[in-house]
Design a protein around this ligand. Structure first.
Ligand code: GDP
Ligand code: IMO
Ligand code: MG
Length: 429
């Protein structure tokens, strides 16, 4: 089928950008369907490292058209900054290659100010958001008071809408959060300048994709965030404000389920999480340092967007089984297996223990999840480095054992494994 979907199966940062980049070689269109610049996707091509937040990871393939879908909330300043950085590196981001759905919602400085103020007010209950205005932008969308990208094509309407939006948010900032108000006129002028540059990129995203499918084109939907950050299915309230799961791809692009082919779940060979919320297999001390790294390598576990050290822990197969169910995964890709090389044995969580009982499924109540203890199976480790391996059968027996164990417990085939950040660091089944 012509629409393949890439999904984060954990809490984000599984390596979705890197896998999108690999699969984009066979795609005609790569489309982002949810989230905003809370995402940070890293692609490594030779010595070049690209860090993308809003522009789909397919952009580095010159024959691929990229779409920012209607399910995304887009900060125009950020997308323009990314476009300029890509142009400076010789990547074409002209309107022929980079399209923006007219129904995409805009992130404004007021959303960012409210995100910050709201986190401050929550104190120790803060979610630990990326402070990119994501929650407030989706709040406005749901409240039917958001600003859509279509406004970028109508300067007069944009100026009026932005002025009214900032004026209304200033009331909230002043009276609810005791925060500084914004200059409505200055923001309106700022957005008019963004509009001049972005208007030529606007398109009816759903129609573009529909026509592409009719022409026999292949579309790759690039996920942001991860299943456990899904507003409905994640560890609420410690989630993002969108649906990063497979059904979110359909809503966020304007397509129906009959066009879906592969649903590729990207899973890191261990777990990481940025921000607050339950994390059953979380480690601290030396073991955490071993998985996180010192920050010296580009792939060490520090946020691409915020630079925060990520919380890390062992692989949680209760979470992966859940992700397989929620997304209807057809296959798994396991990333960063190389990071586990050298460990004498590797604990993998297969169930939880809660008040003396064993739980085989993720509990729906986050308060219960927060009290769950991991039940581990210790799998044998492998000593050798695996960065140069390209075929499954050439991996050390213990590494093959680890992959097979994951596939068995999650009841989903592992089609690809990555053993380093570069395109070539890929092991195919
Ligand atoms: P995303 O948000 O899911 O796209 O993931 P990020 O880009 O935020 O984080 C993944 C990080 O791991 C990036 O720095 C990647 O270059 C790096 N990476 C991806 N796959 C591998 C791998 O197999 N091994 C190593 N060492 N690094 C990897
Ligand atoms: P990628 O696409 C990891 C987390 C934040 C916070 C919570 C809510 O790179 O995998 P938000 O700013 O969305 O309101 O924050 O979600 N979060 C991510 N964590 N990777 C991401 O994106 C994330 N996007 C949001 O840290 O806990
Ligand atoms: Mg990331």
């Amino acid at each position: 089928m012509p629409l393949d979907i890439i999904i984060g199966t954990q809490w984000g940062d599984e390596g979705k950008g890197r896998i999108t980049d690999l699969l984009a070689a066979q795609a005609n269109i790569v489309a982002r369907y949810s989230g905003g610049d809370n995402a940070g996707h890293t692609i490594t091509i030779g010595a070049d490292v690209f860090k993308l937040h809003l522009i789909p990871s397919g952009i580095v393939h010159e024959n691929v058209v990229c779409l920012i879908g209607n399910g995304v909330v887009m900060n125009p300043a950020v997308v323009l900054r990314e476009m300029d950085a890509l142009t400076a590196r010789g990547v074409d981001v002209s309107p022929a290659r980079l399209k923006i759905s007219t129904n995409t919602h805009l992130v404004t400085p007021a959303h960012i100010a409210i995100d910050r103020a709201s986190e401050r007010l929550k104190g120790s209950d803060a979610i630990g958001t990326t402070q990119r205005g994501i929650g407030p932008a989706y709040t406005d969308k749901a409240a039917r008071s958001g600003l859509r990208a279509s406004l970028l094509a109508d300067p007069e309407a944009l100026a009026d809408a932005m002025y009214d939006h900032i004026a209304a948010k200033n009331t909230v900032l002043r009276h609810l959060y005791s925060a500084e108000p914004l200059d409505a006129e200055a923001v309106a002028v700022e957005y008019l300048a963004y509009a001049r540059r972005l208007a030529p990129h606007l398109t009816d995203g759903s129609l573009l994709l529909h026509n592409a499918l009719r022409n026999g084109d292949r579309i790759l939907a690039e996920g942001a965030q991860g299943t456990m950050l899904d507003i409905d299915h994640g560890t609420y309230p410690f989630v993002t404000s969108s649906a990063p799961t497979a059904s979110g791809a359909l809503v966020g692009l304007g397509l129906g389920p009959s066009v879906v082919g592969r649903v590729v779940g990207v899973a890191k060979a261990f777990s990481s999480r940025v921000g607050g919320g339950p994390f059953a297999t979380e480690l601290d001390g030396d073991e955490a340092h071993r998985l996180r790294g010192s920050g010296a390598n580009p792939w060490d576990e520090y946020g691409t967007t915020t630079g925060r050290p990520r919380r890390v822990g062992w692989l949680d197969l209760v979470v992966l089984r859940y992700a397989a169910r929620i997304n209807g995964l057809t296959e798994l890709v396991l990333t960063k297996l190389d990071i586990l090389s050298g460990l004498p044995e590797i604990p993998v969580c297969v169930a939880y223990r809660y008040q003396g009982r064993r739980l085989d499924h993720l509990p729906g109540d986050p308060a219960i999840l927060a009290q769950c203890m991991p039940v581990y199976v210790n799998l044998p480790g492998w000593k050798t480095e695996i960065g140069d391996v390209r075929r499954m059968r050439d991996l050390p027996d213990a590494a093959q054992g680890y992959i097979n164990f994951v596939a068995d417990v999650v009841e989903t085939p592992v089609r690809m494994v990555s053993v380093g950040p570069a395109r070539s660091h890929t092991v195919y089944a």
